[in-house]
Design a protein around this ligand. Structure first.
Ligand SMILES: Nc1ncnc2c1ncn2[C@@H]1O[C@H](COP(=O)(O)OP(=O)(O)O)[C@@H](O)[C@H]1O
Ligand SMILES: [Mg+2]
Length: 470
């Protein structure tokens, strides 16, 4: 506001000064020309007279009454010989030598004079009094400068009032302007403070299409982004906590069981060797489970930290399916399942890490066997666009539709009872999903409760370019 006002006052002040200076100049010049013209006219009116006669005095007096200037007539000696009305007292006075020198040399003279009897400064114009080339003296016209001065004073007054009026208007305008700018800015400041205190949902309400509006919109976008980040951080934190709670639970269950059986065996309460053997078997299964859990956890953490190194090359998937089927064969027999695989046609190679692909297929086929009994597990392959799909179908218990999305979550098991026959860690599919992602592949499931499930995994087909350009 102060800078606005300073600029305004300086601007108007300078313009006012300029106007008053040029007006003074203009008026003075105008008056000077007018006086010179009149003086010359007087000279022509008295051209007949070469000396002071009563007739001349009368003429001067008459001319003086028509003119707005005082008229003095001086002789070659510089003495005032005649004056217009009311100027008689000056008759007889002697004018300065310098003036006389100018006049006698035929030059006009223009001066600002201070006359003792007059308080106001006078503008005086003197021209030689000549006839037929002879100089008889001079004609002096003078008039107070007051007229000019008061005109200029009026102008200054007008300028001053304009400044005052302008100041008022500018003050109001500037206050309004700074209010419209500072109000939303203050709102932004308040919102920023609230956000700093953790209230990320705070937004500023200001929708004008000006610079402040743009600033407010950017601010709101930033706040929204912060809010999103904060929410994400919260959920990551929650996931981490859940993860640790799950790990503790999964570790504690087998450990507690083992501790119980060990105590019973240690105390010697169980004498029956068959029962003892049963307890040892249970304890062995628990250690196996713990082993599996630790392995899965290590895999998952490595995947999460992106520490798993993939050795991508062209892979023959039919070969891997064969190996996995062979390895899992004993478990199929145990659950009285039949495995059918149809991979006879010549298959294109895919891009991948063969060990990881083996891990993926083992997990899926193992699950199919685990959740099926007296049934059939089918492994098929299919080429679709640029991908090779492996389709694993079982005729087992299936997955309830509301759990279909959750089976990929860490530690998720549809329900604990259904896995009595070989319990799992609930980490298998979470690992599979990550591994498939690393292969730039895709996995999805279709299932009907009580009828079976189909897992379809697709891998990009090998092609020299995709392997080396990706
Ligand atoms: N083929 C399947 N048939 C039925 N349910 C399945 C099948 N595959 C996975 N599931 C369900 O998804 C859950 C998660 O599977 P997974 O992550 O491999 O854990 P785990 O096998 O250790 O239980 C399983 O507990 C099971 O309930
Ligand atoms: Mg599993």
């Amino acid at each position: 506001m102060i800078s606005f006002l300073t600029i305004f006052i300086l601007g108007i002040g300078l313009i006012g000064l300029q106007i008053s200076i040029s007006t003074t100049d203009y008026l003075t010049t105008q008056q000077r020309h007018d006086m010179l013209r009149q003086a010359r006219n007087i000279n022509s009116s008295i051209i007949e007279n070469s000396e002071v006669t009563s007739e001349l005095l009368q003429t001067i007096e008459k001319l003086g009454s028509f003119s707005s200037y005082n008229i003095w007539l001086i002789d070659t000696g510089g003495r005032i010989v005649a004056a217009s009305t009311m100027q008689d007292e000056f008759v007889g006075e002697i004018m300065s030598d310098s003036l006389m020198e100018d006049l006698l040399n035929g030059r006009n003279s223009i001066q600002i004079m201070e006359i003792d009897e007059e308080e106001r400064p006078m503008l005086s114009v003197a021209v030689p009094w000549t006839s037929e080339g002879i100089i008889h003296g001079g004609i002096i016209l003078h008039s107070p400068i007051a007229g000019i001065k008061s005109t200029v004073r009026n102008i200054r007054e007008i300028v001053l009032w304009s400044i005052l009026g302008g100041l008022l208007i500018v003050s109001i305008l500037v206050s309004y302007l700074s209010w419209t700018i500072s109000k939303p800015l203050r709102k932004v400041e308040e919102a920023a403070n609230e956000i700093a205190l953790g209230n990320y949902s705070k937004r500023v309400n200001h929708h004008l299409p000006d610079e402040v509006g743009a600033l407010v919109q950017s601010f709101n976008r930033m706040a929204a982004k912060l809010n999103e980040i904060e929410k994400q951080r919260d959920s990551t934190e929650q996931r981490r906590k859940d993860f640790i709670a799950n790990i503790s639970h999964e570790l504690r269950t087998p450990l507690t069981a083992m501790k119980g059986f060990l105590e019973v065996l240690q105390e010697g309460f169980v004498k029956d060797p068959k029962l003892q053997q049963k307890y040892y078997n249970i304890m062995f299964r628990e250690t196996e489970y713990l082993n599996q859990l630790v392995d899965d956890l290590m895999d998952l953490i490595k995947l999460e930290q992106k520490e798993i190194s993939m050795h991508l090359k062209k892979v023959d998937i039919a070969e891997i399916i064969k190996v996995v089927s062979l390895q899992l064969n004993p478990t199929f027999i145990k659950r009285n399942n039949k495995l059918q695989s149809f991979t006879l046609e010549p298959l294109p190679y895919i891009i991948g890490d063969s060990l990881r692909i083996e891990q993926i297929l083992t997990n899926i086929i193992h699950n199919a066997n685990k959740f099926t009994s007296n049934g059939t597990i089918t492994v098929k392959t299919k080429v679709q666009n640029d991908c090779l799909c492996v389709i694993v179908t079982d005729t087992g218990i299936g997955i309830p539709s509301h759990d279909l999305d959750r089976i990929w979550d860490r530690f998720f098991k549809v329900d604990r009872d259904r896995t009595k026959n070989g319990r799992g860690t609930g980490l298998g599919l979470a690992i599979v999903k990550e591994l498939v992602k690393l292969h730039k592949g895709n996995i999805h499931v279709e299932s009907k409760l009580g009828q079976g499930s189909t897992f379809t995994i697709s891998f990009p087909i090998y092609n020299y370019d995709t392997l080396y350009n990706s």
